[in-house]
Design a protein around this ligand. Structure first.
Ligand code: PBG
Length: 325
């Protein structure tokens, strides 16, 4: 035997030298849940150790994340029930919670790359990502709303808007609208291959945004499809996206790889709420080591080709990386 692969695994030093994939704090995007109120920090039941914050406390959280080395945050705002309707009126309120949140975060932490969620579901009385007409989710009417929403986020100071809705043509429409309004430097992170997944369950608890009827299968993708994911990614690249995303991550590592191999722009992956909850639940039962599972999963997402990873483990993984280095 002249080739013995085990030689490269013989000691911690050699294994370290031969490591192909390394996680770094700058790889991570921190999802943030903003709620109305003051001095509120609520744990999300199905996402242990992850919280919704009122703006005052969220500002401290963002500062802490920045100081740890996180470069980017992805903001979601929970709309109060009485503000929800079928037109998404509150989504385009220049003084809505999201818009106030963006302004305040950029004031306190101007250097962080702040991305804002663009989608109707937190504002929709139907819990859908689009305007509903006779049980149908209207595409073009929704895109019009999303472009207006993006402009209010850009006006508030968002560095990037992140459309998570899966309507057709929204990236191009948002790009044109931003440019026309003078926001040529506001970027777009497109949720390009977003699958109709059961793993979003805990997130819908966090924002109280579960669909009131039906499901999201007429706009989010069929989990059985991969070439279609490539098509969605290529469309978004052509329409002007700066970063494209695959979501969820762990069940879609092949999609991340396929899209990364074909993309001239950075690829992100969203390690979603249900993926977080699975590890938390198994660890709580003593069936998995939480830290080992977190590191293995996040490493595998980067190994598949994700340049950036949005994850609720953001603080834990950076803490781990700090101890390790
Ligand atoms: C909705 C949206 C969802 C997530 C991000 N934006 C849920 C959905 O599509 O129903 C899920 C994120 C997660 O599960 O962590 N626009």
């Amino acid at each position: 035997m002249n080739i013995r692969p085990r030689r490269l695994r013989a000691s911690a030093a050699i294994r370290d030298m031969a490591t192909e994939t390394r996680l770094h704090p700058s790889n991570f995007i921190a999802p943030l849940f903003l709620i109305e109120g003051e001095n509120c920090k609520e744990e999300i039941k199905s996402m242990p150790n992850y919280f919704r914050f009122s703006l005052d406390l969220l500002l401290e959280e963002v500062q802490e994340l920045w100081d740890m080395g996180v470069r980017s945050a992805l903001l979601f705002a929970k709309a109060e029930d009485h503000l929800k309707d079928n037109e998404g009126t509150e989504a385009i309120n220049p003084n809505g919670l999201m818009q106030r949140g963006i302004r305040a975060i950029k004031e306190v932490c101007p250097d962080i790359c702040l991305m804002s969620d663009i989608a109707m579901d937190p504002y929709s009385s139907f819990g859908h990502d689009g305007i509903v007409y006779q049980d149908e989710i209207l595409n073009d009417e929704t895109v019009d709303l999303l472009t207006e929403m993006a402009i209010t986020h850009a006006q508030a100071g968002a560095d990037m808007v992140a459309p998570s809705d899966m309507m057709d043509g929204r990236i191009g429409a948002i790009r044109i609208a931003l440019d026309t309004a003078g926001f040529i430097n506001t970027g777009i992170m497109a949720y390009s291959a977003k699958y109709a997944s059961c793993f979003y369950g805990p997130f819908r608890d966090a924002l109280d945004s579960a669909p009131g009827f039906g499901d999201k299968k007429t706009y989010q993708m069929n989990p059985a499809n991969s070439i279609e994911g490539l098509k969605e990614a290529q469309l978004d690249i052509n329409e002007g996206a700066d970063i494209i995303m695959v979501k969820p991550a762990l069940s879609y590592l092949d999609i991340i790889q396929l899209i990364k191999e074909n993309s001239p722009i950075p690829v992100s992956a969203y390690h979603v709420s249900g993926e977080y909850a699975m590890i938390k639940a198994a660890a709580e039962k003593g069936w998995l080591n939480e830290e080992d599972a977190m590191v293995e999963v996040l490493t595998s997402i980067k190994r598949a080709g994700a340049d950036l990873i949005a994850t609720y483990f953001v603080k834990d993984i950076i803490g781990f990386l700090k101890n390790y280095q």
